[in-house]
Design a protein around this ligand. Sequence first.
Ligand code: NI
Length: 201
Amino acid sequence: MTTLSAVRYALWALLAGVVIGVTAAALGLFPGAQKGTVSGTATLGAPFTLTAMTGEPYSWEPATGAPHAIFFGFTFCPDVCPTTLYEMTTWLDRLGSDGESIKALFISVDPERDTPEKLANYLSAFDDRIIGLTGSREDIDKVAGDFRIYHKRVELDDGDYTMDHTASVLLFKPDGSFFGTIAYGEDAETAVDKLRRLARS
Ligand code: NI
């Protein structure tokens, strides 16, 4: 094997490994989304009632009739959540009227600190289509589990704590079936294209 073909072979092997790894991660992360029931409805997510940032109860069920972008986080998040919220705001802005039908839900994984008032105050800096939701610890854990969202409280040295959580944005068609995800750090063109296709779904 020449040096060049050895390098090529190494690159191909590396690329194949990456593809296999990404596929496995996608299947492992959202196993329910691969199955679907006989009617073809995705099994990711389940009906829930939480508390909106207005203080009113907020109910969601799969067949809402509107395309949804659902993501989880918390207002004390130092980087990932504010970045996602900022990006979601710019994506919705870029979509203009194409994105009017999209509803975005930001569900707190830190309900102990994220009161409706705290969420309302925090989210006022972002697109007003983004609805903040909180609830009891029990309800939040149930909803996160139904959407296969990992979240875990992590104690900090100064006595404070932070939350580890899945950063993906989950997309649902108006009929409630799972459309796909927008990964954290995904480039803006791809994200806007996904949201445009979601709005037309
Ligand atoms: Ni976060």
